[in-house]
Design a protein around this ligand. Structure first.
Ligand SMILES: C[S@@+](CC[C@H](N)C(=O)[O-])C[C@H]1O[C@@H](n2cnc3c(N)ncnc32)[C@H](O)[C@@H]1O
Length: 380
């Protein structure tokens, strides 16, 4: 059977994390580009990728890719593709678009042309003049980059960061995919203590617990392609059963999460219950200044406020100094912090051992990593 070309889209800076997880899931023909990892698979792999990818944003089917510098080329190229392979006669389809460094820069025009081409192609396939569009949703995207049009269908629906556990969030919540990537990019392993002393709605601790227990991040939600005729319902059922079987029920990590905001901790606790990991996280209401580092070789992974809101700067500068003080109370610990503040290291009182550029939404941030010593093998 012909392989399906798939794309896992990523936010800037997370390509390597997504590539690693795509390989770990056993997918073939893996290639990495800016903002995406391409691979091939079958229908079952679409279900598996959606259920298991922790750091990717979406899983798309790459229907075709071709050069297009005129609207004619865009139309003919789109019409030549086999849309009926995926879209049923009653399918409801919308076309989204983007254009970067390309001759065809009017995105609404590109969308309208691709929609027309798809309609023409489907009319020929189903031998009808009109589509009611009452069935499953298919979101097509036309993405132009350097005059190359990539046409895809979105298998995911709402982004993969929507895990289904965080209906309520506090101020400036992290995307779940970025929180999981922060954990992945650290030296934290599930047998080490994890602490987030500024946990807000609990995203980092919850994502760490999901990783520790090998819980598939998409287990609690639905995906657009679950409604598609081409992917049999039994495929999704099997993929979900396999994911349930993979959960490590025997292991409970030690994770501490605190915040000075009582309401945030209430929300975080509820989220952890929904995610099924409340037994893994000890929540408490306390200011960071009162947090103690319990045990040795732990990892603090956290997303503090960045001091960008009016009137907050002095407080945040003090908080960063206090965080540095806290880490100096036990040199066996490691610290991992994201912030957009450029002089963070001078406030924290230490130069980072490693730094990585990432984006939190549209905000450019650095992921500062301060390594403690490796845990000794004979520790209890
Ligand atoms: C950017 S938010 C964290 C968001 C969180 N990662 C999430 O996904 O929801 C920063 C958090 O730090 C908390 N905070 C600020 N200053 C604090 C302090 N001195 N002690 C404890 N918590 C503090 C705020 O209440 C807020 O919840």
């Amino acid at each position: 059977m012909e392989k399906i070309n798939l794309i896992a889209t990523t936010t800037f800076g997370l390509e390597a994390c997504v590539k690693r997880e795509v390989i770990k899931l056993g997918f073939s023909d893996v290639k990495t580009f800016d903002g995406r990892v391409e691979f091939t698979g079958d229908e079952a792999d679409i279900a598996k990728a959606n259920l298991w990818l922790r750091f990717a944003s979406k899983v798309l089917i790459k229907v075709g890719e071709y050069k297009a510098t005129t609207f004619d080329q865009l139309f003919e190229g789109a019409k030549a593709l086999d849309w009926g392979e995926w879209i049923t006669e009653d399918g409801k389809f919308t076309v989204t678009g983007k254009s970067v460094k390309s001759t065809l820069f009017s995105v609404p025009d590109c969308q309208a042309i691709v929609k027309k081409a798809v309609v023409e192609k489907l009319k020929m396939k189903y031998n009808v003049d009109w589509f009611d569009e009452t069935g499953a949703d298919y979101t097509i995207q036309v993405a132009l980059l350097n005059d190359v049009a990539t046409l895809t269908i979105d298998t995911t629906g709402g982004g993969l960061h929507k895990r289904g556990y965080r209906e309520t969030a506090m101020v400036a919540p992290l995307k779940e995919t970025l929180a999981a990537a922060m954990v992945d990019l650290s030296y934290w392993k599930r047998d080490r203590i994890l602490l987030d002393p500024l946990c807000g709605s609990g995203t980092i601790p919850i994502e760490a617990a999901l990783i520790a227990k090998n819980i598939a991040p998409g287990l609690n939600r639905k995906f657009a392609s679950e409604e598609w005729e081409r992917i049999d319902k039994s495929i999704w059922k099997q993929a979900r059963i396999a994911a349930y079987k993979a959960i490590d029920h025997e292991f409970t990590p030690v994770i501490y999460a605190s915040d000075m905001d009582e309401e945030a901790i209430e929300v975080a606790r509820e989220n952890a219950i929904k995610a099924g990991v409340d037994d893994c996280i000890e929540f408490s209401v306390k200011p960071c200044q009162e947090v103690k580092l319990i045990g040795d070789y732990g990892c603090m992974i956290t997303n503090p406020p960045y001091g960008e809101r009016i009137g907050e700067l002095k407080e945040v500068e003090k908080l960063y100094r206090d965080m540095g003080e806290l880490m100096r109370t036990n040199p066996t610990w490691s610290a991992y912090v994201i912030t957009s503040m450029e002089y963070f290291e001078s406030l924290f009182g230490r130069k980072a051992d490693a730094k990585r550029k990432l984006f939190n939404g549209r905000i450019k941030i650095d992921y500062y990593q301060f390594f403690g010593p490796k845990p000794s093998n004979n520790r209890k």
